[in-house]
Design a protein around this ligand. Structure first.
Ligand SMILES: [Mn+2]
Length: 392
């Protein structure tokens, strides 16, 4: 069985006010070519198809065109699930009808996980489609008040599935979220947190019964511990924390026994996301920029001291796709400023930061009741963030 595994397309994403749709179209064109060449039995897209719950028109059109090529032109089935950025209901539109055309969409979490069976030359392979789901939804659907965390939800889901699971067959899990094993995961700024209390991990032991687990959510391609649980990574770099990433598509070859070999096929963007550092005058000097590919997306780190007059316009006249500028001196200054958040504030959750802030002002700990209120507010803002951005 040959599988092409991808995830986190985030179609329609805007990075620093720049729409990535043109880049996404270019990249998905490359993706389609890889699928054509590889001729897999199936393509898996493990969530975050769109970047927001209400996807822009161009995003819907691009997905339609891409899936049409794979399913109608090449006759390859596609299995796709929703991620935390997708609207489960909107993504599910027509899913019952589309199944007959080999497009399997799982938007909403269901009490019994949908199993899709696909045959290869040896035998059948079972694909379990588990879209991203909040623990509260699992708690309600399973009527189990003890489910509070993502890991508890996953354990309950797997326990229920085990009653209907044949270990002698080959089984693949498709899901979206943080899976934690022994190895350290690599995070990016473009991944939206799943919860605010730090209880968003699922342990990879949950997946040990599967021959392969196709994950979405983390944007760097990586193993989540073990050799059978893998993040294919995002389609493109979506933040400057990803400048050193190499984006790829995962090709999974599974043998008769269910053992897998994973290969990465690199995706090369039209315009890359890169850092550029130097003094403004140097960067604007032809002897510098003649040797630099000017069309890429740059975060410019200026090393000048003192004030600069409208550096962004000057830089854009040479590097048209500058997305961000920073001044190195000020970055250093900012690090020296002592905030209430103290050391390592970047690793703290928003709730932790708020608790520390509250304590620094009132000298009291935040009460449980208020923690809950604050949690709801942060969660609401995280989820509605894109829509708010739209509205304002
Ligand atoms: Mn995600």
């Amino acid at each position: 069985m040959k599988i092409v595994h991808t995830a986190d397309w985030h179609i329609g994403k805007i990075v620093n006010e720049y729409s990535m749709i043109g880049e996404q179209e270019y990249m998905l064109g490359q993706f389609v070519e890889i699928v054509k060449e590889e001729e897999p039995h199936v393509v898996i897209i493990a969530g975050d198809i769109y970047d927001r719950s209400i996807a822009p028109i161009e995003a819907v059109e691009l997905l339609d065109k891409t899936l049409g090529r794979i399913i109608l032109d090449f006759g390859i089935p596609v299995l796709l699930i929703s991620g935390n950025h997708d609207s489960p209901e909107r993504l599910s539109f027509g899913s019952g009808i589309l199944r007959s055309k080999n497009l399997f969409i799982e938007g909403n979490f269901k009490k019994d996980i949908t199993k899709i069976v696909i045959n290869d030359d040896y035998n059948k392979v079972n694909f379990y489609m588990l879209p991203y789901v909040d623990p509260a939804i699992v708690r309600n659907i399973y009527e189990d008040g003890s489910i509070r965390t993502h890991n508890q939800a996953m354990r309950a889901i797997i326990d229920r599935l085990n009653g209907n699971f044949d270990k002698s067959e080959r089984n693949i899990m498709i899901t979206h979220g943080y899976a934690r094993g022994i190895s350290e995961l690599s995070f990016s700024d473009s991944e939206r947190p799943l919860s605010i209390g730090g209880t968003d991990y699922v342990e990879i032991e949950n997946f040990q019964g599967f021959n392969y687990t196709a994950l979405g959510h983390l944007h760097r391609p990586q193993y989540a511990g073990g050799k059978k649980v893998y993040y294919s990574g995002s389609l493109l770099k979506y933040s400057f924390s990803e400048v050193d990433h190499k984006k790829s598509v995962t090709v999974v070859n599974m043998d008769e026994k269910g053992d897998v070999i994973i290969e990465q096929k690199e995706l090369k963007p039209k315009r890359d996301m890169r850092d550029l550092e130097g003094k403004l005058s140097e960067l604007l000097d032809p002897s510098t920029y003649r040797n630099i590919e000017q069309e890429h997306f740059y975060r410019v780190i200026l090393t000048d001291k003192g004030e600069l007059l409208d550096p962004i316009s000057k830089l854009k006249s040479v590097y048209p796709n500058v997305l961000q500028i920073m001044v190195k001196e000020r970055i250093k200054d900012a690090r020296d400023i002592k905030t209430a958040a103290g050391e390592g504030y970047k690793d703290k959750t928003k709730l932790q930061l708020f608790k520390e802030f509250y304590k620094s002002i009132t000298e009291d700990d935040l009460e449980t009741e208020n923690i809950e209120v604050m949690s709801r507010i942060i969660e609401g803002v995280e989820k509605k963030g894109d829509d708010l951005y739209e509205a304002y």
